[in-house]
Design a protein around this ligand. Structure first.
Ligand code: ADP
Ligand code: MG
Length: 301
């Protein structure tokens, strides 16, 4: 098959691994820099241009759209959908997953376990907002944060009030969440491809830290999922409409709760922790499902 990886950086581990794994399975794999794609969106015969030429009709596109280019990146994916190219994740699903509030609302609608979460935009009634999600200790998150930056643990109501006031003073969008203390600084990354959790790892935060992000010094190890955890991850992926994603789960004393769903999950940590050929499994999914016009929205979303 002819497959394109949409990625800003061909040197990233995940991008390199995807190219290598695809070629090992006999595919022709091009890495296309998303921001360098351009197009005539009004043409009745949609195409994508790149480096002065029209890109070939690929059998499949693997979008690796970084959160800083979601707006343009999803437009490029949508153009491929209009061309009938099979996109492993559809543009609408990527957009959904990038909006933390929209994601949590969608997951909640499907009855998926979540930490109690609230959000507000104006600093009036902060006390009531805090009370409403169960009081301190609380986790306060910047909606635009990644890699654990912008995630704060407020141990007391007073601390929570000051942090919320400070963020709101900066006009930052935030959410306020029940602190799952019993997770003990660990979370579980479930790597979903199609309708399977193909790999899972437990990430343990560094000593004295509650954020388990590998970028914050967390350590990953292989984990065996419970039936409930597996079902939660698959339901979350389905609710978001993502074929390929990382579902992050906390083990709470009211069952597994979903923290976030990542539409461009990294391969390095999960392949190292599980010693699985996760990139190869992504191609197995493509080989089975990539047909012209197989995407649900075909660019309509
Ligand atoms: P980011 O998008 O920056 O990774 P997350 O929401 O994933 O932000 O939070 C970062 C880390 O903080 C998580 O991996 C988890 O270890 C910890 N964490 C986040 N929310 C909670 C919570 N409600 N209770 C306990 N720990 C949490
Ligand atoms: Mg995270």
């Amino acid at each position: 098959m002819r497959i394109a990886i949409l990625s800003r950086n061909e040197n990233l581990y995940s991008t390199r691994r995807l190219k290598e794994a695809g070629e090992a399975r006999g595919h022709e794999v091009d890495i296309i820099d998303t921001l360098h794609c351009y197009m005539d969106i009004t043409s009745s015969n949609p195409t994508v241009r790149y480096m002065g030429k029209v890109l070939p009709q690929y059998d499949a596109v693997i979008p690796r759209i970084g959160s800083s280019i979601t707006f343009y990146g999803t437009a490029v994916v949508r153009q491929f959908e209009m061309m009938g190219t099979f996109c492993v994740n559809e543009s609408v699903a990527i957009s959904r997953s990038r909006d933390k509030l929209r994601s949590l609302q969608l997951l909640s609608r499907k009855g998926i376990g979540l930490p109690r979460t609230g959000f507000a935009s104006k600093p009036d009634k902060i006390k009531d907002l805090i009370k409403n999600v169960g009081g301190a200790p609380l986790v306060i998150k910047l909606l635009e944060g990644t890699q654990g930056i912008g995630v704060v643990l407020a141990e007391t109501t007073k601390a929570a009030e000051s942090v919320i006031e400070a963020f709101m003073g900066l006009k930052a969008n935030i959410l306020v969440q029940e602190f799952i203390k019993e997770a003990g600084g660990a979370d579980i990354r479930c790597f979903v491809v199609g309708d399977k959790v193909v790999a899972a790892m437990k990430r343990q935060a560094a000593e004295g830290e509650f954020r388990s992000n590998l970028h914050r010094g967390g350590v990953a190890q292989l984990v065996k999922l419970s039936k409930e955890e597996r079902a939660t991850a698959l339901n979350a992926a389905k609710a978001m409409g993502l074929n390929l994603c990382g579902v992050d789960i906390l083990q709470s004393n009211h069952g597994p709760v979903v923290m976030e769903v990542n539409s461009s999950p990294g391969l390095e940590g999960i392949e190292q922790a599980t010693e699985k050929d996760v990139a190869g499994l992504i191609y197995a999914f493509i080989e089975k499902n990539a047909k012209p016009n197989a995407n649900k929205t075909r660019g309509k979303g």
